[in-house]
Ligand binder design. Structure first.
Ligand SMILES: Nc1ncnc2c1ncn2[C@@H]1O[C@H](COP(=O)(O)OP(=O)(O)OP(=O)(O)O)[C@@H](O)[C@H]1O
Length: 345
């Protein structure tokens, strides 16, 4: 990784929404002091449950929402003082998408490229290549309203990428896409970085996506960064592999639980759920043979035995005591902010 200036640098970045009026007026602290550094050429995943503050952070970085605290510089420009310069350097694909319903898809993409100063003779072949890569080349003449949700999503992506920005911010880029299109998009993001050194910041709910794509993952919860590291380092910090036993006779579950509790190099808490008994063991590969012998000696028969390496889900659970899939706070009284998605000032 180069040691040049960061592509994104935030210090104490914060945004508090004010919702309601009069006596019902209250403040919603959506982002509470985020410090984030993204280096040129990095792919960084912002991971967190619903309502964690991912979109709000993205919107401040893309200058579509003004911070109420802290500072952020993007591609070397301050998001509050130089929003136009920031917008010219970035591509943003927002969660809600930016395509309208009326123009033909190919022309929308070309127009976006021209808007950013490209020449027709460069932009058109690039638009065709991009749409082919995203598997929507056959939709050149269609209007967005004649497309499926997944096709529209891919058109959003083509619009965000057509001007070959140095930094791409993707807010849940693959939500609503089928597995094949998700895989295509992942390949495209990797190619962008490999061929052009593009920096990518993406938000996602999908743990496999964050794991597969990101050089670094920034885990956010309740408007704060609670961990930031490589996916492997985050997983290595979780203590041990999950051993999950299914006993053949559910009446044996409690006895199996006491054997499992005593297994490994130290006793540990066991979770019993019907015929399933689980706990974490530090070195499952070496500890499981002794465990199965101990169960056999007591005449406890197993229907299944699974050993699972820690996942990012475990990382989140370890850090917060909650599952990433638990829904957080849902947006309530929404204040409408101007959306200036991807349009240079
Ligand atoms: N325009 C708004 N007005 C008021 N509150 C808002 C607004 N937008 C977001 N919030 C609140 O700010 C908090 C963070 O929301 P945000 O959309 O940034 O989370 P998120 O991590 O992107 O969630 P999701 O994964 O569901 O998209 C939530 O409590 C949300 O209700």
């Amino acid at each position: 990784m180069t040691s040049t200036k960061p592509m994104i640098e935030t210090r104490g970045l914060a945004h508090t929404f004010t919702v309601g009026r009069g006596r019902a007026r209250r403040e919603v602290p959506a982002v509470v002091g985020v410090d984030l550094v993204v280096r040129p050429g990095e792919i960084v995943g912002l991971l967190g449950p619903n309502g964690a503050g991912k979109t709000t952070t993205m919107r401040m970085l893309t200058t579509t929402l003004r911070p109420t605290g802290g500072s952020a510089s993007v591609a070397g420009h301050d998001v509050v003082r130089e929003p136009g310069a920031v917008r010219r350097r970035i591509g943003y694909v927002s969660q809600s998408g930016g395509v309208s319903g009326l123009a033909r898809a190919g022309h929308e993409v070309i127009d976006r490229g021209l808007l950013y100063g490209g020449r027709t003779r460069d932009v058109e072949p690039r638009a065709r290549a991009l749409m082919a890569e995203l598997d929507i080349e056959g939709l050149w003449e269609r209007t967005p309203r004649e497309m499926s949700g997944g096709q529209r999503r891919r058109l959003d992506l083509a619009m965000g990428l057509i001007h070959q920005p140095d930094l791409v911010l993707l807010d849940e880029p693959t939500s609503g896409l089928d597995p094949q299109s998700r895989a295509n998009l992942w390949a495209h993001v990797r190619r962008l970085r490999a061929e052009r050194g593009t920096t990518v910041l993406l938000t996602t709910h999908y743990l496999d996506e964050a794991d597969a794509l990101s050089d670094r993952i920034v885990v956010v919860d309740a408007g704060r960064v609670i961990a930031a590291d490589t996916p492997d380092a985050l997983k290595a910090a979780v203590s041990g592999d999950l051993v999950d036993l299914g006993v053949l006779d559910p009446r044996d579950a409690d006895r199996a639980a006491s054997v499992l509790a005593a297994a490994g190099d130290a006793p540990g808490a066991v979770e019993v759920d019907g015929a399933r008994v689980r706990r974490r063991l530090r070195h499952a590969a070496t500890e499981v043979p002794a465990l199965t012998r101990a169960l056999q000696d007591r005449g406890i028969l197993l229907a299944s035995l699974e050993v699972r390496r820690p996942t990012l889900e475990d990382v989140f659970l370890d850090l917060t005591g909650r599952s990433l899939r638990d829904d957080g706070v849902e947006p309530d009284a929404l204040t409408v902010e101007p959306e200036l998605v991807g349009v240079p000032a």
